[in-house]
Design a protein around this ligand. Structure first.
Ligand SMILES: Nc1ncnc2c1ncn2[C@@H]1O[C@H](COP(=O)(O)OP(=O)(O)OP(=O)(O)O)[C@@H](O)[C@H]1O
Length: 217
C-alpha cells in the first residue's frame, strides 16, 4: 500500500463564540491517496469548510496534525502541491478569466503551454467563450467553473473543493464531474465537500462529518 498524500490525524478545532464555544472537529482522522476522489458530506454547519481550511493550511488545528506528501504543513502550501477551491472562489477581479486560470502556471512554469492549457480547461468546463471577460462580468456559476479551472491548472497533488457544483444548473454539472474524475485519474488526491448526490455518485469513497469526526457514508 502506498503512503497517503494527505493524512490528517487527531484534528481538533474549536471556535469561540459569545454564545458558547463550538468544537467542530474532535479528533478527526482522514487519509487520502493520490488518484482517490473522496466526498465529504455532513449537515450545514457540521464543519466541512473548517476541515478543508485545515487541510489546505489556511487555518491551524488546536491539536493534531496534517501531513502533505509526508511533511507537516506550515501555512498554505504552494498551488502545485495543494490547490483549494473555496466557496468564496477568490478570483482576482482585476484579471480576466483566462489570466486567472493562467496564474498558477505563470507562478510555476512547467511543461504546459500556458495558453493551450488555459483554453482547454475553460472549454472543458463550458466557459471557453468567457476567456477575455473579467470575473465581475460573468455569472456566479460561471465564476465557479473558472475558479475550478484555476485550481487544477497548476496540476496540484491535492485538490480541495468546497461545494464545486453549488451554483450550477443540471446542464453544467457533468463537465465538473468529468474534470474532477479526470484529475483523480491523473493521480491527484481530490477531496470534495458537498451536499450534491451527483458528486457522491462519482466518488471512490464517501465519508460523512458528524459530531466532529468522519465515518463512512
Ligand atoms: N473562522 C471561524 N470563526 C468562528 N466560527 C467558525 C469559523 N469557521 C467556522 N466556524 C463555525 O464552525 C461551524 C462549522 O462551520 P463550517 O462552515 O465549517 O460548516 P459547513 O459544514 O461547511 O457548512 P455548510 O454546509 O453550510 O457550508 C459553524 O458553527 C461555524 O459558525
Amino acid at each position: 500500500m502506498t503512503t497517503p498524500v494527505l493524512r490528517a490525524s487527531a484534528l481538533r478545532r474549536r471556535f469561540a463564540h459569545p454564545s458558547g464555544d463550538v468544537e467542530v472537529l474532535r479528533g478527526l482522522e482522514l487519509s487520502v491517496h493520490g488518484g482517490e476522489l473522496v466526498t465529504v458530506s455532513g449537515r450545514s454547519g457540521s464543519g466541512k469548510s473548517a476541515l478543508l481550511a485545515l487541510l489546505g493550511g489556511f487555518d491551524s488545528p488546536d491539536s493534531g496534525r496534517v501531513l502533505l506528501a509526508g511533511q507537516p504543513i506550515d501555512g498554505a502550501p504552494p498551488w502545485h502541491t495543494c490547490a483549494v477551491l473555496p466557496q468564496a472562489l477568490g478570483l482576482a477581479q482585476e484579471l480576466t478569466v483566462a489570466e486567472n486560470v493562467a496564474l498558477p502556471l505563470r507562478l510555476r512554469p512547467g511543461k504546459d503551454v500556458v495558453e493551450d492549457r488555459v483554453a482547454q480547461l475553460l472549454a472543458d468546463l463550458g466557459v471557453g467563450q468567457l476567456a477575455d471577460r473579467y470575473p465581475g462580468e460573468v455569472s456566479f456559476g460561471q465564476q465557479q467553473r473558472v475558479a475550478l479551472a484555476r485550481a487544477v491548472s497548476g496540476r496540484p497533488k491535492v485538490l480541495l473543493t468546497d461545494e464545486p457544483t453549488a451554483h450550477l444548473d443540471a446542464g453544467s454539472t457533468p463537465a465538473v464531474l468529468r474534470l474532477l474524475r479526470r484529475c483523480a485519474g491523473e493521480g491527484v488526491a481530490v477531496i470534495v465537500a458537498t451536499h450534491d448526490d451527483a458528486l457522491h455518485a462519482i466518488a471512490d469513497r464517501r465519508v460523512r462529518l458528524a459530531d466532529g469526526v468522519l465515518s463512512a457514508a
